[in-house]
Each structure stands twice: as C-alpha cells, then as structure tokens.
Design a protein. Structure first.
Lengths: 445, 158
C-alpha cells in the first residue's frame, strides 16, 4: 500500500521515538532485588563495627528529623533543585528497609539504586559511599538492619520537572558517578591512607566542602574548595581556607573530636552533629581524618603564617584592633557580643572565640555569620557543648546589617562584604522554608 | 538619651547605647522582676519580651530598642492583681527559690499568647533556654498548662 510522504515521515518519527525511548530505558532501568523474609542475626562484633562506621558516615544526621526517631528519616534536605526528604532506613517492613537483602543495600550504597530499582538522588552521597570496601558495607548493613524498626514515612513531595523524573539520574551517574576504590598511595603514611579512604568515601566531606556544578555534581578539579550545606557555607578545606590560623592535624583533631579548638572556635550549623558523631568513634579514626584533611590544606605560605601570628597577637590583646570603628555596629558589638567574645568578658568555663580568630567573619559571604547571630549555636540535643544565645528576636535586619559590616571591618582583615542586606533576606527565607518543611515532616504519619 | 517603651510607658533613659537592657530595667527604671543570673545568655533569668518574643535582656543593648516594645514581669500584673500566668504559678506553687521564675513566666507568656493548648512536651521544649536549679520543672509545666487553660476559657488576649 503506497504511503504519502507525510505518513512516511510520521512513521519514521515514531520509529525513532520508540527506539530512542527503548534505548533511554535500557540505560535507566534497574531490576527489583527480591525482598527477604528473614535473615540470620548478625554477629555482635560486626554490628559494633558497623555502628562506628555509620557514625563516621554520619548516616543518622540526614536520616533523622528533628524530634524524630533515629534513622527513621523525614528530614528535609535543601538542595538547589528543591527539598528532598530523607528516607526511613530503619528495618520497618512497610516504610523502612526491613526486607532489603544485603545485596540490595550494597547496590544502594554503591550505585544509588533503591531495592525496587528506582534511582536515588545524589543528595544521598553514593558518589562517595561507592568507594567503601565490601566488608565495611556489610558491617554497616549489619548495624542498620538491627536498629529498632520505626513506622514512619517522609512527605512524598516530588522535585519540580524535570528533576522529579528519576530515570534521568541514570545519565547523571554516567557523567558523574566515579566508581571504584580510593587508590592507595604507598608514598604516604598508613594514617594518611586510612584518612583518604574515610574522607573520600564514607565520611563524604567533599559532599559539602566541594563546590557543585549546575547539575549538582562535585567539581572534582575544585575539590575541597568550599561548598554549601542547607544554606550554610561549608568553608574551603584546601589552601583557600578562611581560617585566621592555618589548620594542622593536631588542631583538626581537637576540633573534630570535641567540636572546639581555641584557635578556630566551635562547630556550628550542619557541622555540629558531625563532630558530635566523631566524638564517639575510635580516636585513631579521627586522627586519620585529621591527617588527611591537613594534607589537603597543605603547608601554609609565609604570608598566611605572618597573618596568623598577627591574628593571634590581636586575640591575646598584644596589638590593638585594626579598625576600632564607632557607630551603631560597634555599640551593638560592645553590648551584645563583647560580654562573651571580648577580652574583659571572657569566662574561663564558657570559652568564646576572640573574633580576630573567626573563620566565619573571613568567609567570602556573610551567610554563616547571619545564621549564627540570628539562631545562635546550640549543643546537639541531649549533649553538653558551647551555647551561644540566638539574637533573631532582639535585632532588626537593619541593625544586623550594621553589626555585620562592623564585625567584618573590625576583625576579618578582608574587604567589606557585598550584599549583606540580600544575604539577610536569603537567610530569613531559608529559615522559614526549613521550618515549613520540618513541620510538613512532623505532620506526615 | 534613648526613648524606651517598657510595659506601655515611654520613658527617656540616660545611659550609654551599649548598656544592656537588664541594667537599665533594674538600675534606672527600678523594675527588678528580671534577674541577673549569668550575664552571658546561658540561664534565662533575665528574660523579657521584645515585641512579644522572649529575649535575654542581659545581652541586648538599649541601642537596639528604639521604637520597640519591652514587656517585663511587672507588665503582666501586680501583687494585688496578678496576671493569669502569675496566678497560676502561685496556685501550683511553682517556685522554690524563685530566682528563675520571672524569666520562666516571661518565656511561658510568649508561648501561651500563641498556643492556648500546649502539651507538656511543647512547654518543656519552649522553656528549654531557661534553667531552674531547684528543680520545680513539673510544677512549672503544670502552671503553664493551668494558665493556658484559663486563658482559653476566658478567651483572654494579651
């Protein structure tokens, strides 16, 4: 039967579409891995080892919402593409990963694919977890699968088009998921190699501290150059670190172990629960992480060492402030901040950082300073730790802008921040969005 | 000179702009409800309301307060005619030494202004920044619930 040219073109188009769709799904499709009805009780030592590894991996932070049961998910995670709620990874059959075999768990960790075959968003840092050794994945599985099952679902808010269409993630992985182990470096110490394995893999430090490209993948050539996490700046860990005094392995260890270092200050924002977890694992693991991160930072230049000497001398009151300043910002600092941060007011039992040593004030943007002043610094729930009171209800936006401009000029030895007003608005919007999302999570049965 | 609106009265205060509100309340205005505990924003005994929200008055310089409304314990009632929450604290005998109680009452007031039916857990979470070393927490929670209930019944608004 003869076809008109139009019909022929339509047929060809249809054929191309069908073949294209088939090819697309051939790449994107993943099989379901059958659920298991029962499994042997894991060895207790394996569970204990898994607990340590899960603490280094900080699984509990994202997979627990505020006031929620551990590992039961529902925490809203801000991403540039919208909010993703973490999943319930307790062994609940209906809402958690109760029936997952170790094979299904391993595939999720290595490839970012759920038990039923759907692709997981890389907000779950499988681009790092994929570097874990098999036996470590087994231990974490043994730990997770022996937690108390909790019936809890997360809000099922899809990301906006096209990100809500998960098969596209298969292509993201083709571009950005770099599988395979962390290569060992025989020229480095065992400690460094252990640190590399943890930092590049399980501990996924780069997930926050490395900048991401427009598709949300880490920019490998800018590793540890500073990124973002839930509206906070995750400062650069490499030579671009904003620290007034360059980090070294000992200082990193004390900070990562206790959440405080007297030349750098206290962990805050999304980093606070990280150091809380690192306080629970063997000391040698934290020393390894510190050794590797110190190597990432590299040896400081003579200019940085000179600047550090100056900042330390200022903090000790040996040299006066670069810019004392006056005006409304200075009065706010004296009345609200100096009672703890100022030399005269410093309390031996409540160490507060001299702001000449503040990394936050030396960050390229004021975002963290705004979050800290508005929201304060709080210990992890139930734990002891430094407490800075929140000032959100005490200070107007205009007063906060004046204070920030003063602090930057008086303490940071950097150019003034641009766009402080916009940053305050941005922080307020982020706070409101996070409150709404947390509320939505609480209201989901 | 700074104009301060405290409990509805606008008063001129002659103090340095960085002076903490607590010092002005107690020393200049003779309002001794708010207490000096730690002076570091750690204990909550200096809590007052600023435009309805609880703040630590020991860490808020008066330069921040132009055009804003401060409410102290004295603004809630008098010994002869205590406010609903003050009455409830008395009825539940929620004070031991009493030093933290003005701060507790002020922070609790901020809660029951917006929530007339707070659960014990909500009250505990809300009052978490305020410390009580005597340990009357159970009575404090009951007092807040009693006051919230009364306010609901009377449909009072403050």
């Amino acid at each position: 039967m003869p076809h008109s040219p139009l019909a022929r073109a339509a047929l060809v188009t249809l054929a191309v579409l069908v073949v294209g769709a088939a090819a697309f799904f051939a790449v994107a499709w993943r099989p379901t891995i059958a659920l298991v009805a029962a499994r042997e009780k894991p060895d207790q030592h394996e569970v204990a080892r898994g607990a340590e590894l899960a603490a280094i991996g900080n699984c509990i932070i994202c997979h627990t919402r505020d006031d929620g049961a551990p590992y039961a998910g529902g925490r809203p995670i801000e991403t540039p593409f919208g909010i993703v709620y973490s999943t319930n990874i307790t062994p609940d059959e209906a809402t958690g990963i109760g029936g997952w075999s170790e094979e299904a768990f391993r595939r999720a960790v290595r490839e970012g694919v759920s038990q039923d075959g759907h692709h997981l968003y890389p907000v779950f840092p499988y681009d790092h977890m994929t570097k874990m050794r098999d036996d470590d994945i087994s231990a974490v599985y043994a730990f997770i699968i022996t937690r108390a099952p909790v019936h809890a679902s997360a809000p099922a808010d899809p990301l906006p088009f096209p990100f809500g269409f998960r098969p596209l993630l298969a292509y993201w992985k083709l571009l950005f998921l770099d599988r395979g182990p962390v290569p060992a470096d025989s020229t480095q110490s065992d400690e460094w190699n252990r640190g590399a394995y943890l930092v590049e893999g399980l501990a996924h430090c780069g997930a926050c501290h490395t900048p991401r490209n427009a598709l949300g993948a880490e920019e490998r050539d800018k590793a540890y150059g500073g990124g973002e996490s839930e509206g906070w700046i995750a400062p650069a860990l490499n030579a671009a670190s904003p620290a007034a005094v360059p980090w070294n392995a000992d200082r990193l260890f004390s900070y990562l172990r206790t959440g405080w270092d007297d030349e750098h200050g206290v962990s805050a924002g999304p980093m606070a629960p990280v150091v809380h977890n690192l306080g629970t694992v063997p000391e040698s693991e934290v020393r390894s992480v510190a050794a590797y991160v110190a190597a990432v930072a590299g040896a400081p230049t003579p200019e940085r060492e000179e600047a550090a000497r100056k900042a330390l001398a200022r903090a000790k009151g040996e040299i006066p402030a670069a810019s004392e300043g006056a005006g409304p910002g200075a009065a706010i600092y004296v009345g609200a901040c100096a009672q703890c941060h100022g030399e005269a007011g410093r309390h031996p039992l409540l160490p507060a950082l001299d702001l000449a040593l503040s990394s936050t004030l030396r960050n390229p943007r004021p975002d963290n300073a705004i979050r800290i002043i508005r929201g304060g610094i709080h210990p992890v729930a139930g734990a002891a730790g430094p407490l800075m009171p929140p000032f959100a209800d005490a200070i107007t936006d205009a007063q906060l802008v004046a204070l920030l401009a003063y602090l930057r000029a008086a303490f940071a030895e950097r150019d003034p921040w641009n766009g402080i007003e916009d940053a305050v608005k941005r922080a307020r919007n982020m706070e409101a969005q996070q409150t709404r999302a947390a509320q939505a999570a609480r209201n989901t049965p | 000179m700074i104009d301060l609106n405290v409990n509805g009265n606008v008063q001129q205060v002659d103090a340095e702009p960085e002076t903490p509100l607590l010092y002005v309340l107690r020393n200049d205005l003779k309002l001794n409800g708010a207490k000096f505990g730690c002076g570091l924003g750690q204990c909550g005994s200096c809590t007052v309301l600023l435009d309805g929200a609880p703040i630590f008055s020991c860490l808020v310089p008066i330069s921040l307060l132009e055009g804003r409304k401060v409410t102290t314990l004295e603004g809630l009632g008098t010994p002869a005619n205590p406010g609903v929450l003050q009455r409830a604290f008395i009825d539940e005998q929620a004070a031991q030494c009493g030093y933290c109680i003005p701060g507790m009452i002020m922070r609790a007031q901020a809660l029951i202004n917006v929530n007339r039916n707070p659960s014990a857990a909500e009250i505990a979470r809300h009052l978490q920044p305020n410390l009580c070393r005597c340990g009357t927490h159970a009575q404090i929670i009951k007092a807040v619930q009693r006051a919230a209930q009364l306010m609901k019944e009377r449909s009072l608004t403050r």
